[in-house]
Design a protein around this ligand. Structure first.
Ligand code: GAP
Length: 501
């Protein structure tokens, strides 16, 4: 019996959401392509993030190089610290993540052992204590635990020794360009700089589809501020709102954004504000509030650069998964780059009339994990009058806003439908013309990829100049005049309407 996740992955591959990369050569683990449907959903998630986290906040977006010289990653600490604990089986030569082997062991689980973040010696002792054998060949021949640096290494140009890496996070490019963005836009703090792009991590054991990949997309925002000013101007507007939060183990509890700050669960108003932004963003892309929660990261798991991390986790069929990490990176990165490069990365802060190195709060969202969570939480079995499995995607991130059909491929209905399609496209809507199969089958196909509205041109359309609009979730239809159609569909998308008015 395939697991729930395997079934959903099968649906995602069959319906053009995802394609295993280099499939005809055996699909190396940890890489997925987005198909014609999936890439549109992904782009809409990214664009919604741009709108919510950059455009509505008045922040800047940049796009930086994927290949980064070694000096950058020595300064950031990645060259030394960005490693996972590795064990090798001396019999079958397979390699594994030591902490994962312990986390998956039944007895270690029963004892409540937390392997993540432990040093190699302690992991080695736990492997021995629980008599953990090689999961592949089942022999007790696992090596000592060592470190494996996760960065993909390359060489710039033909001269050996000019070492560089595929970036492990998009953030470093933002720190490197910070001084120039500030110079071009004036030195008034706070400044937000974001970017959406690929990051690379040579994971020891990529698994769980989009959850642990070797190449993935991040949406990262670096919010630079004067550390003497840890307030956020919009905090007052959000502080009464509630989120689910847990510190350490146990069940998440409802707590207000204001209480997170007053109880020092988060370091400042700035982080609290961005946690609220994430909460709302997740709801807008279809993750139910009851299926997600913030978790304050224990000190031993906190990355080397952070003075406090809060993750946003989503419950999935793989268990609860970290999909966003928000870190208080302080001035760590700018100070390190200033020290290693010799560049002055301080800013003259107009408010305090002082030169300072700004502090940074960073919300870092993983697009692929979010994409998967959206699929999990919007997938519907045959239900609500539908004899097919379908996706209840919010219209804002559906692959198409609407599909347009002629009732029949004759009598001028097809030309009229193509004309309507063109009109909607010109109005900026994403639409798709479909004339094959019965109307019922076309509705089913649209539902199967989450399209919220189906527009049918019938014989009445030729006479009266109107069309039917069918709403995905209740299957009900209304008639709309063609000249009003684009505006109405755009309005329904904005409203998030999935049932007929
Ligand atoms: N700049 C901070 C940073 O990169 P992170 O917690 O390592 O922090 C942020 O990564 C987000 O990137 C994660 O919450 C996750 O959504 C995504 N991510 C990290 N590693 C990933 C992987 N191997 N596969 C897919 N997504 C990953």
């Amino acid at each position: 019996m395939p697991s729930q996740a395997d079934r959903l992955m099968d649906v995602a591959i069959r319906r053009s959401f995802l394609i295993p990369s280099a499939e005809i050569y055996g699909s190396p683990a940890g890489f997925y392509d987005y198909g014609a449907v999936g890439s549109q959903i992904k782009r809409k998630i990214e664009n919604l993030w741009r709108s919510e986290f950059l455009q509505k906040e008045g922040f800047h977006e940049i796009e930086t190089s994927l290949i980064v010289p070694e000096a950058v990653l020595k300064a950031s600490g990645h060259a030394q610290n960005f490693a996972d604990p590795l064990v090798t089986c001396s019999s079958c030569k397979q390699k594994f993540r030591a902490d994962h082997l312990i986390a998956e062991n039944k007895d270690a689980k029963k004892d409540g052992v937390k392997a993540a973040g432990l040093p190699p010696a302690e992991l080695g002792a736990l492997l021995k204590k629980y008599a953990i054998v090689c999961p592949q060949c089942k022999k007790p021949t696992l090596s000592e635990v060592g470190w494996f640096n996760m960065m993909f290494r390359t060489n710039i140009g033909p001269i050996e020794g000019n070492t560089a890496y595929a970036r492990p996070e998009t953030a470093q490019g933002i720190f490197l360009d910070f001084a120039r963005v500030v110079r071009n836009y004036g030195s008034k703090l706070p400044i937000g700089i974001g970017q959406v792009g690929r990051s690379f991590r040579n994971e020891i054991s990529p698994r769980q589809g989009l959850i642990r990949m070797r190449e993935f997309t991040q949406m990262e925002l670096e919010y630079f501020f004067n550390p003497k000013e840890q307030a956020h101007p919009k905090y007052g507007k959000v502080k009464e709102h509630k989120v689910r939060f847990v510190e350490g183990e146990g069940a998440p509890k409802e707590i207000s954004i204001g209480e997170l700050v007053s109880s020092s669960a988060v370091p400042n108003e700035i982080m609290a504000y961005f946690l609220w932004k994430q909460w709302e963003f997740y709801k807008a892309i279809g993750i139910p509030a009851g299926k997600m929660f913030f978790r304050k990261m224990p000190k031993e798991e906190t990355p080397h650069y952070s003075k406090g991390n809060v993750d946003l986790e989503v419950e999935t069929s793989y268990g609860s998964i970290e999909t966003t990490g928000t870190a208080y990176r302080t001035d760590f990165d700018l100070s390190q780059h200033a020290k290693h490069s010799g560049a002055d990365l301080s800013v003259f802060d107009e408010a305090t009339k002082q030169k300072i190195v700004p502090h940074v709060v960073e919300p870092s969202l993983g697009v692929d994990r979010l994409f998967w969570c959206v699929l999990e939480h919007t997938f519907r079995e045959k239900s609500e009058g539908k004899d097919w499995e379908w996706f209840d995607l919010p219209p804002a991130i559906a692959p198409y806003h609407a599909w347009v059909f002629p009732l029949m491929k004759k009598d001028g209905l097809d030309e009229k439908a193509q004309h309507v399609e063109e009109q909607l496209r010109e109005a900026g809507l994403s639409v798709y013309y479909q004339d094959s199969g019965s109307i019922g089958r076309r509705y089913a196909r649209a539902d199967e990829i989450g399209v919220p509205y189906c527009i049918t041109i019938d014989y009445d359309s030729l006479e009266k100049g109107d069309v039917t609009v069918r709403f995905r979730n209740d299957g009900k239809q209304i008639r709309v005049k063609i000249p009003e159609l684009a505006e109405k569909i755009a309005h329904y998308v904005k409203e998030g309407r999935v049932i007929a008015p």
